[in-house]
Every structure is written in structure tokens, then in C-alpha cells.
Design a protein around this ligand. Structure first.
Ligand code: PEP
Ligand code: MG
Length: 315
């Protein structure tokens, strides 16, 4: 069994009737890329760049960031790399950025909101990314915690300004869907971006009004809550209207049943912690797309997360 799983790691997540779901890895550090590939990742669906800023006394310079991104592109050897711009604020605090204290940091100047207020952080990161893209490879840039079309327009304008200054190639620009407003307005946002990646960790937190770090509420913070699933469905439909692809890079993508449900909802790519990849691939390979779609319909029709989970034994 172990040997079979080993051999199957390199195979795509293709259902028995030929539908392929792309499988990416979430990495926090560049040195995790080899592990991601060994586990069967087909690329990096989420590189969390926060970790380049943590555990040090100053922000990484543009050149340092360039070396990091370029090294990852090279290590991936033509496979896709989605780098998420700095997502600081909320649970991730960095002393050397000198951010003001906030009463409710999860509802504060976080992600895209911070990037738009701090060109000293955004510009060097974008310059490093476009310089890395100029060397070839399959790089995309993604922005966290986006809430509005206005933010997307401002972020795109920053990208275009820096790209043209450098004479660099265009790269796909995507956004995280992790705020309910973004899921609800997915049809509007999709007109302005190349792809979506749903951050179900935060989308669940903001939809259910449950602090994702509160251990007393951990059992209730279930990304398979029907309210969250409806927002995922709305995001997929909004993206489809503009022929954009949709990924999920929150923790539920790495849960085999969650992955099956997400594929049934029409999600095109799943990105997860490397060690979760083999079991997710194995699960999807044992399914038929029509059954996954039927599972998703049933999940959308029940009333509670427990009832959604109970569908696992039936599927
Ligand atoms: C998410 O919110 O689901 C996500 C992938 O981003 P992070 O966990 O880094 O907030
Ligand atoms: Mg998030």
C-alpha cells in the first residue's frame, strides 16, 4: 500500500472519468520546494512571503527577495509558482515594521490594506517579483485580504507601474478570496484579475465570526459549514462568468473529503501542505466527477457542518 502510494505521488489528480484537478503545494520557505515536489506537488499554489520578514530585525531587501523568488522559480523548473504578497497584520505581527497597535487586528490594516498604505513594503516586493519574472519561468502574483474592486485597481496600477519601469513581462495577477464581501462580489472582481485562490481559513473566520486562533471555538470553525460552501459556490460562479480559474489554498483543500467536495463545487486547483498531497490525490483518483458534483449539491442543501461531514461515509 505504501509502495503504491509512493508510485502514485507523481500522477495527476485525475478522476476515473478524466477530470483533472491541479494540485499545488503551500510553502512558507523556499527550502520547502523540494519536499513539495517529492510529495507530488505540481507547483507552488501559495508561497506565504510573511516568513521572509519574520525572525529577523529588518525587512529583506529587494535584492534578497529577488534571489529568493528566482531560486524558487529555478527549483520549480517550469512548474507554476504563485507568490502571495506580504500578508502582515491579523495574527502575523512583525516588530520591525512598526505597525500601530490595533484593538481588532483581524479587522484592521491587514494584507492588501497594509500593502496599499506602505509602498515601502509593496514596491520592493513587486520589483523583486518582476525582476524574477524577467528571467523566465511560470510566476504569478497574488494579493491577500482583498475586499473591494478599488483595492484591486490600485494594486494592479502599482504592478503595471513597476512592470513598465523594469521593462518586465506581464505575469498573471490574482487575489485571495478570504473576506465574505469578496466572495459575494466575485463576479465583479473576476473582471479585474486573472485568477482567484480561496483562503478558506480566513473565509471561515470572517463568515462564522470565529477567531481562527481561539481553541475554545476550534470545533465550530469548520470550513465545510454550509454558509462557507455557499460562498465558495458563489466564487466559482463569479469566476466562471469571466472564464477565470479558482483555487483553494486554505486548510480544507488538504482534507481528502474537503478536496472531493471542492472539486465537486467546480474548484480547478487545490493547494495544500506538502504532506497532505498524496492522500488528496489518491482520494480524487478514486472518484467520478458526476459523483463529486452530486456530493457538492447535497452538501449545499443540508443545514449544518455536521451534516456535511456525515456525507463523507456516503460518498
Ligand atoms: C487562508 O486564509 O485560508 C490562507 C490560505 O491564508 P493564511 O492561512 O496564510 O491566512
Ligand atoms: Mg488568509
Amino acid at each position: 500500500r505504501r509502495a503504491t502510494e509512493e508510485a502514485e505521488r507523481g500522477l495527476p489528480a485525475r478522476t476515473s472519468d478524466g477530470h483533472v484537478v491541479a494540485i499545488g503545494a503551500n510553502v512558507n520557505r523556499p527550502d520547502q520546494v523540494p519536499l513539495a515536489l517529492r510529495e507530488g506537488g505540481e507547483g507552488v499554489g501559495l508561497m506565504r512571503t510573511e516568513f521572509l520578514f519574520l525572525e529577523r530585525d529588518t525587512p529583506p531587501s529587494e535584492d534578497e527577495q529577488f534571489e529568493t523568488y528566482r531560486g524558487m522559480i529555478d527549483a520549480l523548473d517550469g512548474r507554476p509558482l504563485i507568490v502571495r504578497a506580504l500578508d502582515i497584520g491579523g495574527d502575523k505581527q512583525v516588530a520591525h515594521l512598526h505597525l500601530p497597535h490595533e484593538e481588532n487586528p483581524f479587522l484592521g490594516v491587514r494584507g492588501a490594506r497594509l500593502l496599499l498604505r506602505r509602498p515601502d513594503l509593496l514596491d520592493p516586493q513587486l520589483r523583486a517579483l518582476y525582476r524574477a519574472a524577467a528571467g523566465g519561468g511560470d510566476l504569478s502574483i497574488m494579493f491577500p485580504m482583498v475586499t473591494s474592486v478599488g483595492e484591486v485597481s490600485a494594486l494592479r496600477a502599482a504592478c503595471e507601474r513597476i512592470r513598465s519601469e523594469l521593462g518586465a513581462p506581464c505575469v498573471p495577477l490574482g487575489i485571495m478570496i478570504e473576506v465574505p464581501a469578496a466572495a459575494i462580489q466575485a463576479d465583479s472582481l473576476a473582471a479585474h484579475v486573472d485568477f482567484f485562490s480561496i483562503g478558506t481559513n480566513d473565509l471561515t473566520q470572517y463568515t462564522l465570526a470565529i477567531d481562527r486562533q481561539n481553541p475554545d471555538l476550534a470545533a465550530e470553525a469548520d470550513s465545510l459549514h454550509p454558509a462557507v460552501l455557499r460562498l465558495i459556490r458563489q466564487t466559482v460562479e463569479g469566476a466562471a462568468r469571466h472564464k477565470r480559474w479558482v483555487g483553494v489554498c486554505g486548510g480544507i483543500a488538504g482534507d481528502p473529503f474537503g478536496a472531493a467536495l471542492l472539486a465537486g463545487l467546480g474548484v480547478n486547483e487545490l493547494s495544500m501542505t506538502p504532506r497532505d498531497i498524496p492522500a488528496v490525490k489518491a482520494r480524487l483518483r478514486g472518484c467520478e466527477l458526476s459523483a463529486l458534483r452530486a456530493l457538492a449539491e447535497r452538501a449545499l442543501a443540508v443545514e449544518t457542518a455536521q451534516q456535511v461531514r456525515a456525507l463523507d461515509s456516503l460518498s
